[in-house]
Design a protein. Structure first.
Length: 115
């Protein structure tokens, strides 16, 4: 069974940091490009970052460039998103997925940036 489990979210003040994790199972993790998405209330889900199977980073959304960094540990079937200098506009539920997309999304992890 293919599963994606996001964790690491929470409440943080502006300027703070969080590290999200995405634990994958049910497929050969190292074969796939992986993505981080987020969805804020009332907004569509948007792509935040993308990382190739062996760690070459493809893409960051302009809104997070220089603040977020994605990485992966293929031995642990886990992807990470280090988020620094967080802003209120980063508040969203964060999800991970692969290419091609798994239609059953994980529950996501809530990130709230507020003073």
């Amino acid at each position: 069974q293919v599963r994606l489990i996001e964790s690491g979210g929470g409440l943080v003040q502006p300027g703070g940091s969080l590290r999200l994790s995405c634990a994958a199972s049910g497929f050969t993790f190292s074969d796939y490009t992986m993505d981080w998405y987020r969805q804020a209330p009332g907004n569509q889900r948007e792509l935040v970052a993308r990382i190739a199977p062996f760690g070459t980073t493809y893409y960051y959304n302009d809104s997070v460039k220089g603040r977020f960094a994605t990485s992966r540990d293929n031995a642990r079937n886990t992807m990470y998103l280090q988020m620094n200098n967080l802003k209120p506009e980063d508040t969203a539920v964060y999800y991970c997925n692969r290419i091609p997309i798994i239609n059953t999304w994980g529950q996501g992890t809530q990130v709230t940036v507020s003073s």
